[in-house]
Ligand binder design. Structure first.
Ligand code: LLP
Length: 387
């Protein structure tokens, strides 16, 4: 996907800002995932939290991925998209009763459980329905993900999962609960992980924990290593598809599966980030005392990642080939943090230019808000805009 691939003429007729999803990029990404997991006891669940656009979800379902959900709304969206309940996992530290009920009623594959009180509630609710809930214990492996601290989840200080020191206590309890079947263990150490050694560290930790369970006579049917594979935000044109080969190979090489065991993954960002762009229009170019501001009609209401995580998104001027100039690229929201980039070089711009904020397919549209009473933008796909 380079500048030349955008249907700019079609864009000109649309109300900005809007999200644009290139389904060819998504399909190529999904093919690569399937190619790299073929013949292995691997099951990839798409983490719906990254993006639930119906056409994106349908494309993912068509490729045969399962779903990783963190709310009743996501469980319902996965089922509505046609993803079979037998491929749905449901995680989250705070599942409400109605959400647990939805999972039980639909016989989802597994609840990833994060605490003793949650286990007790699921046991009770499953009992009332005469069912047995399949669960995996989410264990906090205390492995660093070497990523932004807001999106690090696998350290003892984080709120997620059961700490290693409590593992025996929780296992003792789980084995006595009549309406719970403990089938697996679950981990997730963080997001936007580009240092692959973190996944190697996780694999080694999983092996130790698995041995610990075996020494206690507990046999596990599956292991879930969560998501977290990062993408290349700097060079989306050169690296539109993440390095799935290295990623899956790390687990093949370092994580020892027992016979009949399956290894589950919950990838979000790596599946959808690069297929999406936020398309915006330049409203004004304002000359400051020492710099120029390109003021867009999109702001952190449409893409919050730069404001929230100081995240970098590549910015391209789709309608100018003029020599590059530097701008602070900002949105219209009444907050200083509504800045996409500072001193950013792009083709010289003027009012009316169309701008693409790249790699916005993950945690873009789904995190949009109506702050300042702004309208939630529309989304279009390459299929919608095909000639
Ligand atoms: N599994 C669990 C249990 C998770 O908490 C997450 C993400 C995933 C899977 C998917 O992770 P991914 O493969 O997408 O890295 N809004 C932030 C990211 C938050 C991630 C939260 N958990 C951002 O825009 O960077």
């Amino acid at each position: 996907m380079t500048k030349a691939n955008y249907p700019v003429n079609k864009f000109k007729a649309l109300q900005t800002p809007f999200y644009y999803y290139d389904l060819e990029v998504l399909r190529a990404t999904l093919s690569e995932i399937n190619a790299q997991t073929a013949g292995k006891s691997f099951q990839v669940h798409y983490a719906l939290k990254a993006n639930v656009n119906p056409l994106v979800l349908k494309t993912i379902k068509d490729a045969g991925l399962g779903a990783d959900c963190v709310s009743g709304g996501e469980v319902q969206a996965a089922l509505d998209a046609g993803i079979p309940a037998s491929k749905v996992v449901f995680a989250g530290v705070g599942k409400a009763d109605w959400e647990i009920e939805l999972g039980l009623d639909n016989d989802i594959f597994c609840f990833n459980v994060e605490s003793i009180p949650e286990l007790e509630v699921i046991n009770e609710m499953a009992g009332a329905k005469g069912k047995i809930a399949r669960v995996a214990l989410r264990i906090n492996p205390n492995v660093s993900a070497h990523t932004h601290h807001y999106i690090t989840t696998g350290l003892n200080e984080n709120k997620f999962g059961i700490n290693l020191t409590d593992l025996d206590k929780v296992t003792d309890l789980v084995l006595t609960l009549p309406h719970i079947k403990m089938e697996g263990i679950h981990f997730h150490i963080g997001s936007q992980i580009t240092d692959m050694s973190s996944f190697e560290d996780l694999s080694v930790k999983v092996n130790e924990i698995q041995e610990h369970f075996e020494s206690r006579g507990v046999k596990l049917e599956h292991i879930n290593v969560g998501g977290g594979l990062g993408i290349n935000y700097e060079h989306p044109n050169h690296f539109p598809i993440p390095d799935f080969q290295s990623y899956f190979n790390i687990f093949s090489k370092h994580l020892t599966l027992r016979t009949g065991q399956t290894l589950h993954f919950e990838l979000g960002r790596a599946v959808v980030a690069q297929c999406g762009s936020l398309i915006s229009k330049v409203l004004y170019v304002k000359e400051g005392t020492s710099k120029k501001f390109a003021i867009l009609d999109a702001g952190f209401t449409e893409l919050i990642r730069p404001a929230l995580y100081q995240a970098y998104h590549r910015i391209e001027n789709l309608t100018s080939e003029l020599p590059e100039e530097k701008y602070d690229v900002v949105g219209p929201i009444c907050e200083s943090s509504d800045t996409f980039a500072k001193d950013y070089s792009m083709n010289a711009t003027q009012r009316g230019d169309l701008i693409a904020l790249r790699s916005a397919g993950a945690y873009g549209e789904i995190m949009a808000s109506q702050y300042n009473l702004r309208k939630l933008p529309k989304a279009y796909t390459s299929d919608d805009l095909a000639i």
